[in-house]
Write a protein that binds this ligand. Structure first.
Ligand code: FES
Length: 515
């Protein structure tokens, strides 16, 4: 690693999307409020839904726990594709041709809808049409790619099989989808968001929702005790904030992935790429200061599980150096995604018994099109009572051939971590260098300790406040991550993301440890 990269890899990770756009400053909610539709979450789903429904005359309130477009939407690779690696052949087998067609049509329509909104608002957001490729370097995936091309083509997608791709990589085969796209997600969404406040509609930031009560009118309760009365509530908070109803914590699982923003000597040949096989590698370029950044992503793993997180950035760097002559790696960041057991998002009514509460979650890393699809489905359900794509995304569905096996596997994994986390041996060495964190037990009690760059020790109880799993240290992001359902906390114990509503307890043993 050159000195240049070395220095960058010691800095706190930051997404290019956030670094290249201004911070928003919408007020938080400090009073009770009544609107037609309350939307929990200000990512691509929440903002697109609010924009479309305000145009239909509804009064909307977006309630965002942090700042809008800073969560998963602000940490994406921002590919706008109906190509979700290899999915259509499997969907057709597991759910039937009609539902596979719905998924294809929904995601192709989402690409066109984003393009339409960009034209409607004349948004300068680095949008460009691109081809999307899935490639393989292994013989066994060639026939899978050929099958996928045949099924995708039969569903109306422009797909073709290739033996070469524009990237300088030796491959065994590839699949190309045409008329796909990419953009800068914050430039796009922050412009759409500007049209939401006014005439009885609002965006509230730093307004965390902690409960939703269904009725003729729904009540949305915020952490500081305010109540929003709304005829309908849309939960678009990535992880459903109202998870108890619908048992979503048993039906979706969290994964983290990593992204590098690379400057290379070579010009990127265009296109968007992803491997068919593991380890997943994803590539695209992004215009940046009259040149380009190459975004290289991959290394996904279950949140709070696996090897030291810093290794994932290193593996991506090694991969980048195999293909390009690297000049610099000015950006790196990681992201969290949730996946349903059959790998199709849940979009629609939260449960069959909650006609006025809607949910969108489990986008399986394909949030730009699935988030826009969610907005189109919500608009159709609210305006017309039905959507042409509601069956494939129905949150109450059960896909026996995919869901049962994965349901057992993922929930056994949670149970294993719930138990084993309590009995794992704690390292006897209590030395904690600056910038590092680990579990220690100074008093026979498991404690998470991080020593910051000034030498100050920050100690928290590492019992997750969601359902009690033991948290693991994330060395790359300096956070405590839960291996069960993906809650994450800062080293000071503040909530970052996931289902946990409460922060971690502080432990005051610093004096004892510093003796
Ligand atoms: Fe569920 Fe930690 S126990 S997120």
């Amino acid at each position: 690693m050159s000195n240049n990269y070395q220095e960058n890899f010691t800095k706190v990770p930051q997404p290019y999307w956030l670094a290249s756009t201004p911070q928003t400053e919408y007020n938080s909610l400090n009073d009770d409020l009544e609107v037609d539709i309350a939307i929990v979450g200000g990512g691509i789903t929440g903002i697109t839904t609010a924009y479309l429904l305000k145009q239909e005359g509804y009064k909307i309130a977006i309630l965002e726990a942090d700042r809008i477009v800073q969560g998963t939407t602000g940490h994406t690779t921002a590919k706008i594709t109906s190509q979700h690696t290899l999915i259509y052949d499997r969907l057709k087998t597991q759910m039937g041709e009609e539902k596979a067609r719905q998924y294809a049509e929904a995601n192709e329509t989402a690409i066109k809808e984003i393009s339409r909104l960009i034209k409607e608002k004349n948004i300068d957001c680095d949008f460009s049409w691109q081809s999307a490729y899935v490639y393989t370097q292994q013989d066994e995936y060639v026939s899978q790619l050929m099958n996928e091309v045949n099924v995708a083509s039969s569903l109306g997608i422009e797909a073709s099989f290739l033996s070469e791709i524009p990237l300088p990589i030796a491959i065994k085969g590839a699949m190309r989808f045409d008329n796909q796209a990419q953009f800068h997600p914050r430039k796009y969404l922050l412009t759409l968001a500007q049209d939401i406040p006014g005439n009885g509609s609002y965006i509230f930031e730093e307004t965390k929702v902690i409960n939703v009560k269904e009725g003729n009118s729904c009540s949305v309760i915020t952490a500081n005790g305010n109540k929003v009365i709304a005829h309908r509530v849309i939960i678009a908070s990535h992880y459903p904030c109202y998870e108890a109803m619908g048992l979503y914590f048993t039906r979706i699982y969290p994964e983290r992935s990593y992204i590098l923003g690379v400057k290379a000597k070579e010009k990127f040949p265009g296109g968007m790429y992803i491997t068919a096989e593991q380890p997943k590698r994803s590539l695209r370029a992004q215009v940046h200061d009259n040149s380009e950044l190459i975004l290289i992503a991959g290394e996904h793993h279950k949140t709070g599980q696996g090897e030291d997180t810093s290794n994932h950035y290193k593996k991506l760097k090694d991969f980048a150096e195999e293909i390009f002559e690297i000049e610099d790696i000015p950006y790196r960041w990681s992201t969290q995604d949730y996946t349903a057991m059959d790998e199709v998002p849940y979009i629609g009514h939260l449960t069959s018994g909650t006609p006025n509460i809607y949910v969108a979650t489990g986008f399986h890393k394909w949030g730009m099109t699935n988030g826009t699809t969610a907005a189109l489905i919500f608009k159709d359900l609210i305006l017309n009572g039905s959507s042409p794509w509601e069956d494939v995304y129905n949150p109450s569905r059960f896909t026996p051939s995919a869901s049962a096996k994965n349901f057992v596997k993922e929930n056994l994994n949670v149970a294993k971590h719930l138990i084993s986390g309590k009995i794992l041996p704690v390292p006897s060495d209590m030395e904690i260098p600056q910038g590092e964190g680990k579990i220690i037990d100074p008093d026979g009690q498991r404690v998470g300790a991080y020593r910051d760059k000034k030498g100050i020790l920050h100690m928290v109880d590492t019992t997750c406040t969601h359902m009690g799993c033991e948290l693991q240290w994330n060395s790359a992001e300096k956070s405590w991550d839960c291996p069960c359902h993906g809650s994450r906390f800062t080293y000071e114990g503040e909530n970052i993301e996931g289902p946990a509503l409460h922060k971690l307890s502080h432990i005051n043993q610093e004096d004892q440890l510093n003796k």
